[in-house]
Design a protein around this ligand. Structure first.
Ligand SMILES: Nc1ncnc2c1ncn2[C@@H]1O[C@H](COP(=O)(O)OS(=O)(=O)O)[C@@H](OP(=O)(O)O)[C@H]1O
Length: 328
């Protein structure tokens, strides 16, 4: 059930207290997280209200009035993965659609915050009007064993989107992110192998583990039918953002409003960017934590990883009915 609509005119002391409590929760939940930096820097739009209370109205531009109409609902669609697949780009692009309302930061509800309960989760959501879709993205859901059952318990009809990317470049991207936070970690090569001489790969290293998509997908298929899951190519999201966004809008049952007219290729950034970000009239690229330069990895190591992933990729192509071209 939805909470009562709280307009500014009817805001009581209790209501205000409630909203302050929510803000504190939102703050606790985002404080210090990379997603927060990522979002603040990449969006130039305010993340949760608490960070920029004066700018709240801008987030509602053209969607929900500042009077606070609409109600908070649990998401009907989720971007569940994969980490470093291009999930932020997809969510930021989708937000341009007037029928999509999304949380900026990653709630991590179905993995680390599940104990907080569904009411906590729903409180994080933006208000939506009839016909609008609530969304969030948390890339770690895809590899969380409990996530499919938990999401299915919220609603069996939840639509799931997975942005997938060549598991080898994904692993290097993942490592690059860790390296940016902890410059003293061992080399990619030494983390990849259990034993460098035998070439035995350390599949327990999360950077490697996450890319075994067929295995993770298998777990989701215990709870969701294939037609409720959409796979977005992380590579195509860069080479043809409008094409991938077309597929996503169809999947969500939305009118194709986001088209090639919304994008331009930014030569400096080396990525497609939005001509106008949601709620703004200015061009907008993702921030510095998106599109990092990867370290050079020894070609032999890359080849060994390609060989390692090939059978899993083949299985994944078979399961999804789509060849993502990572092994061509
Ligand atoms: N338009 C656009 N602009 C910038 N970056 C883009 C874009 N589209 C996709 N990408 C790729 O997104 C990669 C980061 O993926 P995620 O957002 O899923 O990362 S995270 O899991 O949320 O940390 C990021 O990975 P790296 O290049 O390794 O940094 C990008 O390659």
């Amino acid at each position: 059930t939805s909470p009562p609509v709280r307009g500014s005119a009817s805001r009581t002391a209790a209501g205000l207290l409630g909203s302050l409590r929510t803000k504190r929760l939102v703050y606790e939940w985002t404080a210090g997280s990379e997603e927060l930096t990522e979002r603040a820097e990449s969006l130039m739009l305010p993340p949760p209200d608490v960070l920029a209370p004066g700018k709240v109205t801008r987030r509602f531009a053209g969607k929900v009035s500042p009077l606070g109409e609409g109600s908070k609902k649990p998401p009907q669609a989720l971007i569940v993965g994969v980490k470093k697949g291009g999930t932020r780009a997809l969510l930021e692009f989708l937000r341009v659609h007037p029928d999509i309302r999304a949380v900026g930061a990653e709630p991590h509800f179905f993995d680390r915050n599940y104990h907080r309960g569904l009411d906590w989760y729903r409180e994080l959501m933006p208000k939506t009007l009839e016909g609008q879709i609530t969304m969030e993205k948390t890339p770690s859901y895809f590899v969380t064993r409990e996530a499919p059952a938990r999401i299915s318990a919220m609603s069996r009809d939840t639509k799931l989107i997975v942005v997938v990317r060549d598991p080898v470049t994904r692993a290097i991207s993942d490592y690059t992110q860790t390296l940016s936070k902890k410059p003293d970690i061992p080399s990619f090569e030494s983390l990849t192998f259990k034993n460098r001489t035998t070439g035995l790969i350390d599949t327990s290293w999360s950077a490697i583990q996450i890319g075994i998509y067929a295995k993770h997908l298998d777990n989701w298929l215990q709870y969701f039918p294939m037609d409720q899951i959409l796979f977005v190519s992380g590579e195509r999201l860069i080479s043809d953002p409008a094409g991938e966004l077309g597929r996503v809008q169809d999947f969500l049952g939305l009118k194709r409003i986001i088209t090639d007219k919304h994008f331009y290729f930014n030569q400096t950034k080396g990525f497609p960017c939005l001509k106008k970000a949601e709620g703004s009239s200015k061009p907008h690229c993702l921030g510095k934590t998106k599109g990092r330069t990867h370290p050079n990895i020894h070609p032999e190591v890359v080849q060994r990883l390609r060989d390692f992933y090939r059978p899993f990729n083949m299985k994944f192509y078979q399961m999804t009915g789509h060849n993502f071209g990572w092994d061509d």
